[in-house]
Structure formats: C-alpha cells, structure tokens
Design a protein around this ligand. Structure first.
Ligand SMILES: Cc1cc2nc3c(=O)[nH]c(=O)nc-3n(C[C@H](O)[C@H](O)[C@H](O)COP(=O)(O)O)c2cc1C
Length: 198
C-alpha cells in the first residue's frame, strides 16, 4: 500500500466518536489539529475562520453561554431543556468552537463560509489522524448575546457549532453510514446533457 492509499483509508475510515473521556488532546496535539485546519482551501487566503478552545472550567462558561443563547433563540424554553443544552459543554474534555469570521472584500460570503466549514472538517479529520476522538455538534442558532460575549463574536461572525475532542471510551466499529454507490452522489455532464454515472 502506498502513502496516498493510506491517506485515503484514513479519510474514508474516519468516524465521529460521541463517547469521549479524559484526557483531551495534549497541547501539542491540539496545536497540530488546529494548524492542520488552517490549511484548508481558502479563496483569497483570508482565513475566514477562528477557533475558541474550552477545557476544564472553561467549558462551564461555554455551556452557560449556549444555554443563555438557547433561551434567547426560543423564549420560554423550560429549565430542564436549558439544563440539557448547558450539559452539552461537558460531553468531552476539550471543545473547539468553530467561528466563521468573514473578511470584507471581493470574496463572496458563501465562499468564506465554505472555507470555514472546511476548517471544521479538517479538525475532525486531523483529530482522527492522531487517534483523538472527535465529533462536530451544533445548536439551531449561530449567534446570541451570551455566545457573542463568551466567544468575542463580532456582528458578522457566527458560531458554526463546535467540535468535541477527547479519548474514545471504547473501540468503535466503522461508521454506520448507509451504503454509498457512486451514482448516488455523482452524475456526468457531457455534450448530450446531464446523465447518470457511467
Ligand atoms: C455543521 C455540523 C453540525 C452537526 N451537528 C450535529 C449535532 O448537533 N448533533 C449530532 O448528533 N450530529 C451533528 N453533526 C453530525 C456529526 O458530526 C457526524 O458527522 C454524523 O453523526 C455522521 O457521523 P460520521 O462523521 O462518523 O460520518 C453535525 C455535523 C456538521 C457538519
């Protein structure tokens, strides 16, 4: 097997891991993961993303901000539900909030959001490459007063969810993805028009 085959196996073999325990990634691992995420396709080389890491007690600050923004997003949310939102912060030793941080100029916002989303994928992939468990989670909102304060969000910034990082609690089986045939996701445009995969 050559190196590029190894790399493809790594990409295809990645799976999200939700059951995560201590320890979180070491400082050196975390730096490698986040720097890998800084190498995503990026039109104009704008780096339209940034990360905020919460570990230990920092997670409580994140959970409180999530819950307060949930209440702002859906007024009247029962306390029990708010508690379950707050608890999301404690599902792993380390959390990386992913923030889309668009830069003014000629590059369209959608392109910059796409780059920020690629950074999220790069985090879960780089974590997998290092044997660190990872899963990308989100809430139905990307902003909120408390989140803005906790994460230092500018008006034009959004939190595209967060990535849990930690040690997988158990050996996980391969990702339970439905079988995928190439024709499910790809077609071909030829001179006669659009046609199914050959
Ligand atoms: C932007 C984004 C937000 C997500 N939010 C959640 C979430 O809140 N809860 C969840 O169970 N999965 C969420 N997922 C999906 C998981 O991260 C994961 O990709 C999915 O369970 C499929 O597993 P796999 O990555 O092993 O294929 C999200 C994925 C993305 C890209």
């Amino acid at each position: 097997m050559n190196e590029s085959q190894d790399l493809l196996d790594l990409v295809v073999g990645r799976r999200s891991v939700a059951a995560l325990a201590e320890p979180g990634p070491s400082a050196a691992q975390l730096e490698r993961i986040l720097l890998a995420a800084g190498a995503v396709p990026d039109h104009g080389l704008l780096r339209p993303f940034r990360f905020v890491v919460a570990e230990g007690d920092g997670r409580a600050r994140f959970g409180d901000a999530l819950a307060a923004s949930a209440a702002e997003h859906a007024p009247g949310m029962p306390e029990k539900k708010l508690e379950s939102v707050r608890a999301k912060a404690f599902r792993s030793p380390t959390i990386v909030a992913l923030i889309a941080s668009p830069k003014p100029g000629k590059i369209a916002l959608w392109e910059q959001s796409a780059t920020a989303a690629c950074a999220g994928y790069a985090i879960v992939l780089a974590a997998h490459a290092l044997g660190v468990g990872a899963v990308w989670k989100s809430v139905p909102f990307t902003k909120g007063r408390a989140l803005a304060e906790a994460l230092g969000l500018r008006d034009d910034e959004e939190m595209l969810g967060w990535i849990h990082l930690g040690t997988p609690v158990r050996d996980e089986p391969p990702a339970p993805r439905p079988p995928l045939a190439i024709g499910d996701i790809a077609s071909v445009l030829d001179p006669g028009g659009l046609r199914p995969w050959r």
